[in-house]
Write a protein that binds this ligand. Structure first.
Ligand SMILES: [Ca+2]
Length: 433
């Protein structure tokens, strides 16, 4: 930048003034300024420029090398500047590589990973919608799978029952053939010794078979309802309504505790001559062997005796949780097993205090009512309840038959009726006494 003439001149004058000479003096004493001592005192020199005349003459000022004393902090300036330069280079390089990246991404049709642009937003939305779609498809597939699983279970149960019936039919046919051959052989020549013996069934499947060979005494007999399983003892009622009954359960005096776990109800417990539960595995084999009817006999402490008859009775195996199947009701005690839409023991699984297969979602009916039974949610009948010797209060966990005369009039919290006797027994449907 060029300074104005007046500024330049005034500066020179100021320098000379600092050296102890006036302006006029400087103008007139040019020669004296050349003096060495003067030079040492003031290193700046002012001299004329070549040959000239009067006021046209120019002057030349010579200044020594300028050395400024700066604050110490300014010494770091150079280092700072270096760093700033390095930073700038780094920024430039980053900027360039960024641009390269963007160009490369554009080449590949990918708007880049920052997702900040509208293209990025679209991509995210697209991905989101795809994820939502997949999630909904997954849910549909899961529902479908559950449906299929349910159908599979139903099919499995149906097939199991069909197979059981098929095998049973075959075994029944074979037993019939064997029995008839046995009868024929006893008449064969050379078999005189056996001819004198009465023709007997090879297998007594239940009490009705003993009745058929003339047994009329009510007592225990050995039966083999299924040749693939071992035989076992049962109590036969040969008197009630023509006889031939295989007794499954009996309550007489409270001598046997019926508050028991699954394994006891499975195997059976008690005394066959008194109070007992025959056992779910045995009941299953007996009802699988032949088409059975069920008779229930009840007596209260007033001496009232009533009965219920079901023209079908089948108990499934343990795998199917001893599910109950009952047919049409007939009798005097009322159809308490199929009391209503909400209290129906037909087609229910067996539940014990340690095995909850009932339809009550908030707890175990077997635990609450102290017994093993085909509980619904929970009961309109329970012949395995506690044996009370008289009416009782509290939880209705005694022997119970919901259609018993007067029983529905019981007040909540009031006294509950109890039963002196209960008995469950079965007989083949086609039995003719
Ligand atoms: Ca339950």
């Amino acid at each position: 930048m060029r300074l104005p003439g007046w500024y330049w001149l005034s500066s020179v004058v100021a320098v000379l003034a600092a050296c102890g000479a006036g302006a006029e003096q400087a103008h007139n004493l040019t020669e004296e300024l050349r003096d060495a001592s003067a030079q040492a005192a003031c290193p700046a020199r002012l001299e004329g420029r070549g040959k000239c005349e009067g006021s046209q003459c120019g002057f030349q000022l010579t200044l020594p090398t300028l050395t400024l004393q700066l604050p110490q902090q300014l010494g770091n300036m150079e280092q700072v500047l270096k760093e700033v330069r390095a930073l700038k280079e780094a920024v430039d390089s980053l900027k360039k590589s960024c641009q390269d990246c963007k160009l490369q991404a554009d080449d590949h049709g990918d708007p880049g990973g920052d997702g900040a642009g509208p293209a990025g937003d679209n991509r995210v939305q697209e991905l989101e919608s795809q994820v939502n779609k997949l999630s909904s498809e997954l849910k549909d597939a899961k529902d479908e799978l559950q449906g299929l699983q349910g159908r599979l279970e139903t099919l499995h149960l149906v097939n199991m029952n069909n197979m059981e019936h098929y095998v049973d039919d075959k075994v029944a046919n074979l037993t019939f053939v064997v029995n008839s051959l046995d009868g024929k052989c006893s008449k064969c020549p050379g078999q005189e010794s056996t001819q004198s013996q009465p023709v007997q069934h090879l297998i007594y499947k239940d009490c009705s078979d003993y009745y058929m060979i003339g047994k009329r005494s009510s007592e225990t007999y050995r039966v083999t309802p299924d040749h693939r399983n071992s035989s076992f003892l049962v109590y036969c009622d040969m008197e009630t309504m023509g006889g031939g009954w295989t007794v499954l359960q009996a309550r007489l005096d409270g001598s046997t505790n019926f508050t028991r776990y699954w394994k006891d109800y499975k195997a059976g417990f008690g005394n066959l001559e008194r109070e007992f539960w025959l056992g779910n595995d045995k009941i299953h084999l007996l009802t699988k062997s032949k088409e059975m009817i069920l008779r229930i006999d009840l007596e209260d402490f007033k001496g009232l005796k009533l009965y219920a008859l079901y023209d079908e009775f089948y108990v499934a195996n343990e795998f199917l949780k001893y599910r109950l199947h009952i047919g049409n009701y007939n009798g005097t005690a009322g159809d308490a097993l199929r009391f209503s839409k909400y209290y129906n023991h037909d087609l229910k699984f067996f539940t014990t205090p340690d095995r909850d297969n009932d339809r009550y979602p908030y707890g175990n009916c077997g635990l609450y009512y102290s017994s093993g039974w085909w509980f619904d949610a929970c009961l309109s009948a329970n012949l395995n309840g506690k044996y009370y010797h008289q009416k009782y209060r509290g939880v209705r966990n005694g022997i119970f038959w919901g259609t018993w005369p007067g029983i529905s009039q019981a007040q909540p919290g009031g006294y509950k009726s109890s039963f002196r006797q209960a008995k469950m027994m079965i007989r083949p449907k086609n039995f003719k006494p």
